[in-house]
Each structure stands twice: as C-alpha cells, then as structure tokens.
Design a protein around this ligand. Structure first.
Ligand code: NAD
Ligand code: IPM
Ligand code: MN
Length: 348
C-alpha cells in the first residue's frame, strides 16, 4: 500500500518568517509521521533578500511553479528597511492570492487555554472571513502630475457581483456549519456604491439560507463590538481591507499576533491554497529568537485539514493547547521560539 503524499511549497520569506516556518514544519512532519502520511516539502527562497539579488521577489515563472503543489505554507513577506512594502508584497504575496483565486481568507479568533487576553470576555470564538482577491486591494489606480503641487493619486476599489456573491456565500456556508450566525461588515452609510451593493447581495442571499441569522454591521461599530462583546459573534464576513484591519484586532483579542492563524482558500480547489500566520515579518524582534510560532503552527493545522488530514490537524491543535495550558508560549517574549516548538513537539 503506498502512503498518501502531500506536496507542499514552503516560502519562509523575511524576518521571523523562516523561524516560524521551521517550527511549523517540524510539528507538521511529526504529525504526518504519527498519522501515517507523507509531507514532501520544497523550499523557495523568495523574499526581500532574493529581490536584492535578482531584482524580483520571485522568478517570472514563480506562479506556474507553485501551481503544481497541493498547498503553500508561507511565513511572512516584507523587509521595509531595504525593499518598499509596495514592491515586496505586490511581487509575491498578493499575486499568489489573486492568481490562485484564493478568495476566502479564513482567520479564527479564540483564546487558547492558558492565554490571558486583554478583554473581559474570555469565551468567544469568531471566524473572520475576509474577501481576498478584489475590493480595496484590486490594484486599480495611478498617480499623475507626480512631484508637483497638482499631484493626484487615485486608488479604485473594485467590487464585482461574482466576487461579492462568492465570499458572502462562503460566509453563509461557514455560519450554517457553525452556530448559525453571520455578521456582514460594510460601511454602507458612507460608501454608497460598493457597500450598498454588498448589503443588497447579503439580503438577497439570506433568503437562500433561512437557517442562518444574518446581521449587517458598519465596520466602525464592528470594531467596537469585537472588543466589547466578542461572545455575540460567530462568523464575520468583510471586504479585503476591512477584513485585514479587523483580523489584527481579532489577533489582539486572542493575546497577540503570535496566535492568529490564517488560510487563503481556493474553494473550487482548482489551484493550491496558501496557509500563513496573520502577522508579518516582525522586524523589531527578528533577531531575538522569541517569535511565537503558534500562529504558523495553527495555520499548518488548517492546511492539514484542507488536505483531508483532519485527525492530524486535531492532534496538532491538542498539542498546542496542552503546551499553552501549561503556560508555555502564553506570555509574549517570555519563551524562545525553540522552547515553544519543543513543548508542542513533546505534547504531540
Ligand atoms: P508585524 O505583524 O510584522 O508586527 C507587528 C507587531 O507584532 C510587532 O511588534 C511584532 O514584533 C509583533 N509580532 C508579530 N508576529 C509576532 C510573533 N509571531 N510573535 C511575537 N510577536 C509578533 O507587522 P508590521 O510591523 O506592520 O509589518 C512588518 C513587515 O511585515 C512589513 O513589511 C509588512 O508589510 C509585512 N507584513 C507581511 C505580512 C504577510 O506576509 N502576510 C503580514 C503583515 C505584515
Ligand atoms: C495580511 C497582511 C497583508 C494584507 C499585507 C502584508 C499586504 O497585512 O495578510 O493581513 O494586507 O493582506
Ligand atoms: Mn494584515
């Protein structure tokens, strides 16, 4: 009997990226061994260092190279001291999300046992779903009269019916599979075209999902609700930029960016999905060896679940929770990346 093999593209990236990918990969390998399948990793050095050597963040055929893999595990991209973020992110991370139609960015926010969050509420379990391919990140725009007093910068958000409908439908499906509550986030009181369009499609789809209780919120009110009453939320669906901001807020509610996992999903499964922590390259702590690897390990568990290895994914999360229950990795900066990883490996 031949063993199932999943082929994974590893893109460690910049700053703490390589540190958290090394940690997650060790945990994933152990989980695979125990569950009886194989993870075959191929590492790509695409990063800001690669850019400085070659003049691009990835080779011209980078996307085609990645297409052959079952999934992508990414650390973090960006080293703003040497390469502008507008170059590095538009040269690697954002093109992957768009090219592989990873339109659903899933980001869970809940407190792991033993982690002291900043909120009064301790029992909340929110699944943020962020539109990941268009909206405010469409990249349509330009600058004219550059460098003069008459300079103009235009950046157009693009919302298509296809794009809005598919992310909302994804949100309804997730809500139906969870606690049946969907919060749709817009700013339709101020943005009267795109966001009104989004609200209309939300109402339209609601009739197809009578078992889901859907509520529309404005983004400002949602930001406050996630702090004051996170336990009232189940699935939260938002546009690209709103979802980006809300999920760093969500990360804060769960104890910090070191705990926030993320999956960029291609629901049609006609191209690889990508798994990465919510956080970036953390230049401020990159040389200290104290990056929390839990966000990336959790993202790795989401990857295994996506690949059909639910038992191994559950085993990883149980090991993470065993470590945090005993206080390991729960206080930012206290434990070294390696110590946290070792505790999780031991629990596994
Ligand atoms: P950041 O997420 O890298 O860091 C914000 C703060 O959180 C910092 O104080 C950092 O030390 C802390 N932090 C982040 N991850 C941590 C972890 N695992 N453990 C402990 N502390 C952690 O955000 P930033 O500083 O705005 O961005 C730095 C670079 O990363 C920029 O180039 C940015 O564009 C890029 N970035 C990339 C991604 C990505 O690749 N997905 C995501 C966000 C930011
Ligand atoms: C994230 C990041 C990226 C985003 C940046 C680095 C472009 O902040 O994944 O949350 O905004 O999508
Ligand atoms: Mn972000």
């Amino acid at each position: 009997m031949s063993m199932t093999t999943h082929r994974i593209a590893l893109i460690p990236g910049d700053g703490i990226g390589p540190q958290v990918i090394a940690a997650a990969w060790a945990v994933l390998q152990k989980a695979a061994d125990k569950a009886g399948f194989k993870l075959l990793g191929t590492e790509f050095p695409w990063s800001c260092a690669f850019y400085k050597e070659t003049g691009s963040m990835m080779p011209a055929d980078g996307i085609e190279t990645l297409r052959g893999f079952d999934a992508i595990l990414l650390g973090a991209v960006g080293w703003p001291a040497e390469v502008p973020d507008s170059v590095s992110l538009h040269g690697l991370l954002l093109p992957i999300r768009k090219a592989f139609v990873q339109y659903a960015n899933i980001r869970p926010h809940r407190l792991l046992p033993g982690v002291q969050g900043p909120l009064k509420a301790e029992r909340f379990d929110i699944l943020c779903i962020r539109e990941n391919t268009e909206g405010e990140y469409s990249g349509a725009g330009g600058r004219v009269h550059q460098g003069t007093a008459d300079e103009v910068a235009v950046e157009t958000s693009i919302f298509t019916r296809t794009g809005v409908e598919r992310i909302l439908r994804f949100g309804f499906e997730q809500a139906r599979a969870r606690r049946g509550k969907l919060a749709s986030v817009t700013k339709s009181n101020a943005q009267k075209y795109s966001m009104v369009f989004w609200d209309e499609i939300t109402r339209h789809l609601a009739s197809e999902y009578p078992e889901v209780e859907v509520t529309s919120y404005h983004i400002d009110a949602m930001a406050a609700r996630m702090v004051m009453a996170p336990e009232t939320l189940d699935v939260v669906v938002a546009s690209n930029l709103f979802g980006d901001i809300l999920t760093d807020l969500g990360a804060a509610t769960q104890g910090g960016l070191g705990f926030a996992a993320s999956a960029n999903i291609n629901p049609a499964r006609d191209a690889p999905s990508m798994f990465e922590p919510v956080h970036g390259s953390a230049p401020d702590i990159a040389h200290l060896g104290i990056a929390n690897p839990i966000a990336t390990i959790w993202s790795g568990a989401m990857m295994l679940e996506h690949l059909g290895e639910k038992n191994a994914a559950d085993a990883i999360m149980a090991a993470v929770e065993q470590a945090t229950t005993s206080g390991i990795g729960t206080v930012p900066g206290k434990d070294k990346t390696e110590a946290i990883t070792a505790a999780i490996l031991a629990a596994l």
